[in-house]
Design a protein around this ligand. Structure first.
Ligand code: GLA
Ligand code: ZN
Length: 691
């Protein structure tokens, strides 16, 4: 990540950036005039241009037509609007696929994709790579001096995996690089199982359909390869863009894709950008959004990131596409800023009249200026000016939760004790417990520096390297509080069991071992309670489902035990003191309330306090600069909520002075951003006597 480039960006575009994807090539020129007029009215300052315009910019191989782009770049700039210019590689034009069918991706069954949609490229195709780089170079050379060029947007939502022969070749080359010798590959993949031992590199392939299950280490490496192979497309374009326009930051938009390990990707970008589409029809989607936003901030080591796309209303890609109720788009936008975004951007500016996404909402709907959506979009764009000073402010957290792509790939592998396991859902449940506790959370991997944190929540980290288990041990011994849930510390980076009893990589840290995994039938619910003599969690009652570890405590003590079933009387949750810290191990899936109570217990023990006291359903975050603290209060509830302030300051949105002790009333879906001087309150400070 490069701060100088982002500093340049902030000088051009100070404050919270507002805008969206703009696709003027879909419209006649008269409409462009109306576009810029309305953009100005709504406070739009940055548009992502050209994301899907390859076929218009290059109608035939090597024949370019930039006339319309010249015109629109100038028109935007004359109106004070900057451009986040895309390299258009996400949708190769028909001529490219017709002239060079090899550029089309191939699915796992060996079927080559046809044209007519997007993302249909083979990431290994030399022709695709060459033509992508060529048009990126043309764009960069042409607009390098354009005053409106503020950022580069490489491709769009990379998610094109491919199983063609070229990818197969590259996969083999990637493996040779990783393992050096075939013997090493055989050892690391455990190929003596089911007689898979390779005697020549030519026998090694990407995981095509096999009879039954494919070797899980091979599948895991293919996931790693796919992420690396796609990332190479980004770094190649980034390098050429940096060479031509050294001051312009480069990004690509993430969307939580399973194929791309964003921890690795983020290190290669100047700023993290994210597309977020919380489903208004799903009860937990705002907690999921909060998690994703914390992840985006953490990917950039705490630096602000950009909400590159969201919907102004409904999307069109789901089965039922619910609208955002009045005020909820505004609230969701502030939520992103509350978690560290310095931008509020949409897909897209003007609703398309044709094509696959004509029913997707836009800042400017088909119905035009009279629509509720437009009114809300316009109002928000203007209102955001009041919080411009929040941009560049950071967030500090004492709690971290682990989210790890490598584990995602491995933990959902084949032939596990529980093959319905959903990593995303599991992490979301653990995060939700923290979200309801209203503490600030970073999202890390176990390779990150864990020393800033007092509490570390590790949901089902099946894949754990030796190095990671050493880091976790050090974290606990140095005084950290660890919460780790079942099926963690089971295998190493090769998907090989850590021997010596489960969880091999954590056994000494949790002070217990698992005799047997004992998954439960779908409907089963086993009551769990604190042992009578244990005061710490007295009153704790939970329902266990999905899974039970048959847990033998060694140096740990039970915090909660099963009350029924074949494991009645045995530990469901344990606690282990190690060094100056503590490890809490959860050997089952606890119901949401119990998980929250347990997490709260650990937060209390660790002395981590909420960012600010607030009723349930009011989200609280804080961003800070050296001179100011910005408290965000977001009322996600369907009714009014009151918050008694612990600080004096100014509500930036209303401009009103507020005093400590005053009760702030937030209407349903309303938000307040209170600026104070950091000295008035340090909610993330440890309790006295514990340092
Ligand atoms: C993604 C894409 C956009 C658009 C939206 C629709 O984020 O990047 O082009 O398809 O989804 O929600
Ligand atoms: Zn391919």
């Amino acid at each position: 990540m490069s701060d100088p480039r982002m500093n340049t960006f902030h000088r051009r575009l100070p404050g919270v950036v507002y805008g969206g994807d703009y696709n003027p090539e879909q419209w006649p020129r008269e409409v462009w005039q109306e576009d810029v007029r309305l953009m100005r009215a709504a406070g739009v300052r940055l548009v992502s241009l050209g994301v899907f315009s390859w076929s218009v910019l290059e109608p035939a191989d090597g024949r370019f037509d930039f006339s319309w782009l010249d015109e629109i770049m100038d028109l935007l700039w004359t109106n004070g609007i900057h451009v986040n210019l895309a390299t258009p590689n996400a949708a190769p034009p028909p001529w490219l696929a017709t002239d060079f069918p090899e550029i089309l991706s191939v699915d796992r069954q060996g079927v080559r994709h046809a044209i007519g949609s997007r993302g249909h490229f083979c990431p290994s195709s030399p022709v695709y790579r060459d033509r992508s780089r060529r048009i990126a170079t043309e764009l960069a050379e042409r607009y390098r001096k354009h005053p409106g060029l503020a950022m580069w947007h490489i491709g769009n939502e990379y998610h094109s995996d491919c199983f063609c022969d070229r990818c197969d070749d590259r996969f083999r080359a990637w493996l040779r690089q990783r393992y050096g010798t075939l013997d090493e590959l055989n050892r690391r993949w455990g190929t003596t199982f089911w007689s898979q031992r390779y005697s020549d590199w030519s026998q090694v392939h990407l995981p095509q359909p096999v009879r039954g299950w494919v070797n899980p280490s091979r599948e895991l490496d293919f996931s790693r390869f796919t992420s690396d192979n796609l990332l190479e497309l980004v770094t190649q374009e980034r390098d050429l863009l940096h060479a031509i326009t050294p001051d312009v930051p480069v990004t690509t938009n993430f969307f939580g894709c399973r194929l791309t390990d964003s921890h690795r990707w983020a290190k290669e970008l100047d700023v993290v950008a994210f597309d977020c589409y919380p489903d208004p029809g799903k009860p937990h989607s705002l907690a999921v959004a909060a998690f994703q936003y914390d992840l985006m901030r953490s990917l950039g080591n705490g630096r602000p990131w950009m909400l590159m796309e969201q919907a102004a209303g409904a999307v069109s890609q789901w089965k039922t596409n619910q609208v955002k109720q009045p005020g909820r788009m505004r609230l969701g936008s502030y939520q992103a800023v509350a978690h560290g975004s310095d931008a509020v951007m949409f897909f897209q500016w003007r609703a398309s009249p044709q094509g696959q996404e004509k029913f997707h909402s836009a800042m400017l709907p088909h119905g035009g200026e009279k629509t509720r959506t437009w009114q809300e979009v316009k109002a928000l764009g203007n209102e955001l000016r009041a919080i411009d000073e929040v941009a560049t402010a950071h967030t500090g957290a004492q709690v971290a939760i682990v989210w790890d792509w490598q584990n995602w790939w491995a933990v959902e592998g084949c032939a596990h004790p529980d093959n319905a396991f959903d990593y995303r859902d599991t992490v979301a449940r653990h995060y939700r417990a923290l979200w309801h506790s209203q503490v600030a959370v970073d999202v890390v991997t176990l390779d990150d520096d864990l020393s800033p944190y007092r509490v570390l929540v590790v949901p089902n980290q099946y894949l754990m390297t030796r190095r990671q288990s050493t880091a976790v041990r050090k974290f606990v011994e140095d005084g950290g509080h660890l919460v780790v849930s079942y099926f963690s510390g089971i295998v190493d980076e090769d998907d090989r069991i850590h021997e010596g009893g489960y969880p091999g990589a954590l056994r000494e840290i949790v002070g217990a071992h698992v005799q047997e995994f004992s998954p439960l039938p779908a409907e089963a619910a086993v009551p769990v309670q604190a042992p009578a003599e244990k005061a710490a969690l007295s009153g704790f009652f939970a329902t266990a489902s999905v899974w039970q570890d048959d847990l033998e405590t060694e140096t740990a003590r039970p915090l909660a035990v099963y009350r029924k079933g074949h494991l009645a009387g045995k530990a469901a949750v344990t606690e282990h003191e190690l060094g100056r810290g503590r490890a809490v191990y959860i050997g089952t899936r606890l119901d949401d309330d119990a998980l929250e109570a347990l997490v709260q217990h650990v937060l209390d023990l660790a002395g981590v306090r909420p960012v600010h006291a607030a009723p349930r359903g009011v989200e609280v975050t804080e961003r800070r600069t050296r001179t100011s603290a910005y408290l965000f209060l977001l009322n996600h509830r369907q009714d009014k909520a009151t918050v008694t302030l612990d600080r004096s300051g100014t509500d930036l949105i209303t401009g009103r002075r507020v005093e400590a002790g005053e009760t702030l009333v937030l209407d349903a879906a309303d938000v307040a951003v209170v600026r104070s001087s950091p000295a008035t309150s340090l909610p993330s400070e440890p309790p006295s006597g514990d340092s």
